[in-house]
Design a protein around this ligand. Structure first.
Ligand SMILES: Nc1ncnc2c1ncn2[C@@H]1O[C@H](COP(=O)(O)OP(=O)(O)OP(=O)(O)O)[C@@H](O)[C@H]1O
Ligand SMILES: [Mg+2]
Length: 481
């Protein structure tokens, strides 16, 4: 299991939130009396109150009349009623009380159905103390902690982390931890920069294949034949230049996870082959005759509207349904603004060593400006913003940038105050600023048509999109909150 760490305190008054036990929590169980007794014995030392009912009507009556519970545990197979239908009814009475489904097996369909109906988690029966306590702690923390106390960080590969605090992201976190355990394809949807890759890494980390290989393939970054050989490999002599056989990523991450990024852009010619792999795990290398079988967990992501892509026949509907074993929606940053100070703190910690700045103090005005800016490039834009702030250390200029005054990029002259900056850093900064300025000018001249601007700048459309994203550029009218 991955360690989920509370973020270190921003100031002495900031609590870690990790240590909230079940003290005083009200737990309501909907299951047979024997299970209620068992649960009470498991939680005997936890100073929480466990009540319950065995039948759904009795449970509903008690829930309506009794005190609001902190967590509700529901058996998937209730006497006389489907536990999931009952879950839906409970969610109507108490939409924000965390509900956990208990089941005798990890049936993927049941898990997906439970998640869709709003369950926080699905746990296995028979119940064991550690599982129950850990799950209930999460429920209780969700109910009564301040946002700062809710902030969590899961360390991932390459110095990255999954940081979250808002209610919507806590739901995403719970859904991921549950869905990660079952071998279902997952489709991550979300605007550019919302953290789709971070989430894919997190799902892998929480899955039983966590110690196996995780590989990413960007389906938009190369032409169809190159992508095909990247995914499925090739035999010697399959095409000019194929001097020796090479395995594809599907083979390389057998028993692990493959992350198909920008799946919505996958060339149609390859979609049929991918569908085949998803159906029975088999394919052949380019130029190969033998069939290779693999067992690979597929996590895919896209920022395009798949319904439109399907309607326009750019994406196969059958492949979409195969990929969409479970879909996760990452909300844009503007819909979880409350996380902004927490994320800024995280990015400062992540980047400070690299940029030689140990800390960063933001004025209240600056924080307010950050919270009201729409962040069209989402977390990537925020991260780049923190990067620039760490390098430039000029709050006024960065505020002007948030206000939409793009012409406030420093010129080489303005960069003269370089006493604390290495030459290398200065050159990087001036180069980046000049490039960003040229891009904004070209976009302005072309009425923000990215295709026309790319043609004018003589770079590919994709390269321009990447640069727009990396520099966190946005159209002037959408800059003001
Ligand atoms: N929840 C998060 N916690 C910490 N860092 C995050 C989080 N989400 C995103 N980031 C950071 O923001 C940047 C963008 O994230 P990521 O690449 O996962 O986004 P994306 O949705 O895949 O973007 P794109 O659609 O442009 O490929 C990365 O540097 C990542 O580390
Ligand atoms: Mg991505």
């Amino acid at each position: 299991m991955a360690t989920v760490q509370a973020l270190p305190p921003a100031n002495p008054g900031f609590h870690s939130g990790l240590n909230s036990g079940l003290n005083g929590a009200q737990i309501f169980l909907v299951d047979q009396p024997g299970v209620l007794e068992h649960l009470r014995s498991l939680l005997a030392g936890e100073a929480c109150r466990v009540t319950g009912a065995s039948r759904s009507e009795e449970a509903l009556a008690k829930l309506k009349s009794g005190p609001r519970p902190d967590a509700i545990l529901i058996d998937a197979h209730l006497q006389g009623q489907d536990g999931l239908a009952f879950l839906s009814m409970v969610r109507e009475i108490y939409p924000s009380v965390p509900c956990v489904i208990m089941s005798c097996s990890y049936d993927p369909r049941l898990i997906v159905d439970a998640m869709r109906r709003g369950a926080l988690d699905v746990i296995l029966k028979p119940l064991f103390k550690n599982d129950v306590v850990e799950t209930l702690r999460r429920c209780v923390q969700i109910v009564d902690c301040s946002l700062e106390n809710q902030a969590r960080e899961v360390p991932l590969a390459d110095g990255n982390s999954f940081v979250f605090a808002s209610e919507r992201m806590r739901t995403v976190f719970s859904q991921c931890t549950t869905i990660a355990r079952v071998d279902l394809p997952v489709l991550i949807l979300g605007e550019s920069g919302t953290g789709k890759e971070v989430l894919a890494q997190f799902i892998h980390k929480m899955s039983p294949a966590a110690h196996r290989t995780f590989l990413k393939v960007n389906c938009a970054a190369m032409p169809a034949d190159l992508l095909e050989s990247e995914l499925f490999g090739y035999e010697q002599g399959a095409f000019t230049g194929a001097v020796k056989a090479k395995p594809g990523k599907f083979e390389l991450c057998n028993n692990g996870t493959i992350f198909l990024d920008e799946i919505g852009e996958m060339p149609p010619a390859l979609q049929a082959k991918l569908l085949h792999v998803l159906q029975d795990g088999s394919f052949s290398r380019l130029g190969g005759r033998t069939t290779i079988k693999v067992n690979v967990r597929v996590v895919a992501a896209t920022n395009i509207d798949m319904k439109v892509a399907i309607a326009e026949r750019r994406f196969r509907e059958d492949l979409f349904y195969r990929l969409n074993g479970f879909s996760l929606h990452l909300p844009p940053l503007r819909e979880r603004r409350e996380e902004i100070p927490i994320l800024i703190r995280h990015f400062v910690r992540k980047l400070s060593d690299k940029y030689g700045q140990k800390s960063l103090t933001l004025s209240d005005e600056m924080l307010r400006a950050c919270k009201s800016y729409p962040w069209p490039g989402n977390l990537r834009e925020l991260e780049n913003f923190v990067k620039r702030l760490l390098v430039l250390g000029d709050e006024q200029m960065m505020m002007a940038e948030l206000r939409g005054d793009r012409r406030s990029f420093p010129s080489a002259n303005q960069s003269a105050d370089t006493t604390a900056m290495s030459l290398k850093k200065l050159v990087r900064r001036v180069k980046a600023d000049a490039e960003a300025e040229a891009i904004v000018a070209a976009l302005d001249r072309n009425n923000w048509s990215r295709r026309q601007a790319a043609a004018e700048l003589k770079i590919s459309y994709k390269a321009l999109l990447y640069k727009i994203r990396d520099y966190g550029l946005s159209e002037p009218q959408s800059i003001r909150a």
